[in-house]
Design a protein around this ligand. Structure first.
Ligand SMILES: Cc1cc2nc3c(=O)[nH]c(=O)nc-3n(C[C@H](O)[C@H](O)[C@H](O)COP(=O)(O)O)c2cc1C
Length: 144
């Protein structure tokens, strides 16, 4: 098995219904292809981890790179693996959007994500890199 993680920049402001459509499609495809992973949306950017059979992941990544809903897609880690990090998640999705939630919910959400990163045991370098990226991202001070 194989895993990769990349980051990208959303092309425009992605609204809730567009994201729902994307996720619905992604989850149906991933279920069929036995692909699992996690997608984070934060401050106009995506970070995604994908895992599954290598040829399927490579093919999906090629497709994702061409998607006009984001650009600057850049791979920052990949690995051959024997165990999945997100075995039960067709595509877990975490939108961290300051504009859609109040300050308290927003902080709570970030805390939950950090908690989750401590609970999920990283069994390979790529998933370690994925969580490291998430943690760095959400602990950045807000832009004033
Ligand atoms: C940030 C981002 C993450 C995506 N993740 C997935 C995914 O995990 N699985 C998937 O099938 N498509 C994903 N897509 C959508 C693909 O780029 C593509 O639109 C979709 O796979 C097309 O499916 P189809 O060939 O069945 O029409 C993602 C798109 C974006 C912008």
């Amino acid at each position: 098995m194989y895993t990769l993680t990349y980051e990208s920049v959303a092309t425009g402001k992605i609204i809730g219904s567009e994201m729902e459509e994307l996720l619905q499609k992604a989850r149906a495809n991933n279920l069929r292809e036995d692909i699992t992973g996690c997608l984070i949306y934060y401050k106009g950017g995506f970070v995604q981890l994908l895992e599954g059979e290598k040829d399927k992941i490579v093919a999906l990544y090629e497709k994702i790179k061409m998607d006009p809903r984001h650009n600057n897609v850049s791979l920052f880690s990949d690995d051959e693996i024997s165990k999945r990090t997100f075995p039960n998640w067709g595509m877990a999705y975490y939108p961290i959007d300051e504009n859609n939630t109040n300050k308290y919910e927003y902080e709570q959400f970030k805390r939950n994500l950090i908690l989750l990163s401590d609970l999920i045991e990283p069994t390979n370098v790529t998933s370690k890199q994925f969580w490291k990226k998430i943690k760095t991202m959400i602990s950045e001070p807000p832009i004033i």
